[in-house]
Design a protein around this ligand. Sequence first.
Ligand code: PHE
Length: 454
Amino acid sequence: MSTQFSTSSEQWSSSWAFMMAAAGAAVGLGNIWKFPYITGMNGGGAFVLMYLICVLILGVPLLMAEIAIGRLARKNPAGSIAYLAHQEKRSRAWGLIGFWIISAGFLILTYYSVIAGWALAYEVLAVREGFLHASAHHIDELFTSLLAHPAQLILWHSLIMIATTLVVARGVQKGIEKTVMILFPAMVILLVLIAAYSLQTPFFIHGLTFLFHPHFEKLSAHNLLVALGHAFFTLSIATGSIMMYGAYLPKHISVAKTSLFIAAADTFVALIAGLAIYPLVFAHGLQPAAGPGLIFKTLPLAFSAMEHGNLLAILFFAMLVFAAFTSTISLLEPTVAWLIETCAWSRWQAALVSGSVAWALGLLTVFSFNIAKTTTILGLTFFAAIDYLTSNIMLPLGGLLIALFAAWIIKTSVMRTGLNIRQKYGFYLWLWTSRIIVPIAILFVMINVLGLGA
Ligand code: PHE
């Protein structure tokens, strides 16, 4: 690496644009697709409680650290961390943390785009046919048949990757900002409409109990790791996205308030999604532990029996596609910025190359649902292995390293400027949480799992 650090010249046009982009990155398939099914697979209430604790105690300080690091250095995550280490007269090898998190985000993108493709396929299905009066058998068939046909999955995955690449290639203001400023508010409006509908269903209380009544006996070390990994995944922590978006930030914004806003918006959407989905699961006698197909099987079934089912289906899947799309953009941007700043490529070149590589790696996920269904790594399909590796190993470790770097390596005076916290106590609260609580909590959870051989 040369001693020259190239800095990004891009910037959000307002702090509002940053908030939309960051909340758009955070809210996505993680909240609406993944949260309900992993909650189902991990026993409900106690898992939700652990996840909420992780968001608040570990997630918020890490969001703050990432935004501050990005804003202080104004580079891609690897460049930013290497630059700040260099300022502190430390080894630039610290920049490898940035490389680690960019890689995590890139790997997530490869499968995320495939799942976003399912949402797009269902949107088209909802518009063309609708699910009204469809039988349970037919709805089950639709999902099974989508997954069984690689060509179809590749088509939808390609559309998502092409759109993502084009938006990122147009740049921060003209591409990303313009897109999220329309899609994020549209997504919120659609979600509120759907949730309002679900609130009136008779099984609402069952959903509420499942989500919030903790059964601590169902909690294991492995569940804890999944809750921690999901908290990071859903907040987009340790994937480069938030740090990258922080690099395009104007100086004056309050990092603490912004981080709380992102965490609150994200949690709110996850809980609303759970509250909208579980009543339907119970109303139709379905299993909460149905796995990744949960919302694709339950929701169409519910729509099939509802008065305005067709319209709701169109709204719901549109919302899901919008939510996913503001996340895929944020997953690609750090790699693109890294290529621009490290290899001196043009934005178009960087976007096209990284978009194509992510697309190609996405085929592993596509095939893991059909022709390579039985090919496993340590008992997991490609899709499950990439998901496990990123959420349960790369993100927790990345979060741990970010906390150590931000709170122990960067001088406190520098961090305080980066975080823009005026009150002393507020800053010390962040500092000691990040120095002690975050690393110990992550280590505790990870060691426990290893110790149990899970
Ligand atoms: N947070 C997004 C979601 O919950 C996924 C994501 C992860 C986006 C990492 C960007 C970075 O769907």
